[in-house]
Every structure is written in structure tokens, then in C-alpha cells.
Design a protein around this ligand. Structure first.
Ligand code: FES
Length: 166
């Protein structure tokens, strides 16, 4: 797996594209060097996929839906990527659902993740609470897609403190 070098996962163009979409297509001051809207240019950077389904990607990202679908401290499991998307007070993060003991998929149990194989327990942040492992769950890189949805790059790990602030 690649490891992102920094804490920030949004490029300037991605950030401006997300702001533009959130503002309903209005030009955002500061997102253009020539004073024009960057929506057209940004749309070409992160286009919807050829199927027209709106499941655009950023890098190898997976479209997990609009930011509004993620409630505070309520992990949403994305089966196609075997990860959870979680919102905490700092923003959104994506955390692997693969147990760091032997790779079994963990599930939400109350206010934590539990592994059904040998009982490992993790906080929603991925930090180990108990069980036969001392390794926290991996966090994955996220970005905003051109369609205003959240993208997760499950092949790229980031520090656990990384958040997508949307
Ligand atoms: S595989 Fe999860 S605790 Fe062993």
C-alpha cells in the first residue's frame, strides 16, 4: 500500500471543485487565478465515469455518496471496499474493516468494532481496545469527487488523524 506523505488529501483544484458544487455552481472567490469560475476546468479534472452513473473517481477512489449521509459517530460500512466511513468532530475519515490480527472483517457492535474471529475490539477511530492484536485499523485517503460526493482511495493509507472536512 502507498502511504500519503501529508495530512491534507484535497488538492486546491479538488477543494475548489467541491466548494463550487456545494455553492450550487456559483463561482468561488479565491478559487481562480483569473477571476473566472473553475467549475468547467475542475469538472474535466475529476469527471464522472463513462457509465454516467455519477460514480466518479479520484485516483482509484470509490464514490461513497454525499457528505450529508454520514452522521456523527455513526460508521457506514462500504462493502465493496471493506471499509467504514465515519464522521467525528474533526470531519470524515475512512477506516479499514479488515482486522489487523488475521484480516477477518470487523463489524459495528455498540460503540466499537468487533472482530468475530478472535474477539479483537477497536474504537470507531480504529484504535485497538482489546484482543489479540496491538495494531490499529488502517485509515484511507479521501477526497471530494466532481459530483460532490466523497471518494475513498482504499489503496492509500494516511495517518489516523487525517480528516476530510466536509
Ligand atoms: S482475525 Fe480478528 S481477532 Fe483474529
Amino acid at each position: 500500500m502507498k502511504r500519503a506523505p501529508g495530512l491534507i488529501t484535497l488538492s486546491r483544484r479538488e477543494f475548489c471543485a467541491a466548494l463550487g458544487l456545494a455553492a450550487g455552481g456559483l463561482a468561488i472567490v479565491g478559487c481562480s487565478s483569473d477571476g473566472t469560475s473553475q467549475l468547467g476546468a475542475d469538472a474535466s479534472v475529476l469527471p464522472p465515469d463513462a457509465s454516467g452513473s455519477g460514480s466518479a473517481t479520484c485516483g482509484t477512489g470509490t464514490d461513497v455518496g454525499p457528505p450529508t449521509m454520514f452522521a456523527l459517530n455513526t460508521p457506514v460500512y462500504v462493502a465493496s471496499g471493506k471499509f467504514f466511513v465515519v464522521r467525528d468532530s474533526g470531519g470524515l475519515f475512512a477506516v479499514s474493516a479488515r482486522c489487523t490480527h488475521q484480516g477477518v472483517t470487523v463489524a459495528v457492535s455498540g460503540s466499537q468494532y468487533r472482530c468475530p474471529a478472535h474477539g479483537a475490539a477497536f474504537a470507531f477511530s480504529g484504535t485497538v481496545i482489546g484482543g489479540p492484536t496491538s495494531v490499529s485499523l488502517s485509515h484511507f485517503s479521501m477526497c471530494m469527487l466532481a459530483n460532490g460526493h466523497v471518494g475513498v482511495m482504499a489503496g492509500t493509507t494516511v495517518p489516523a488523524a487525517t480528516r476530510l472536512m466536509v
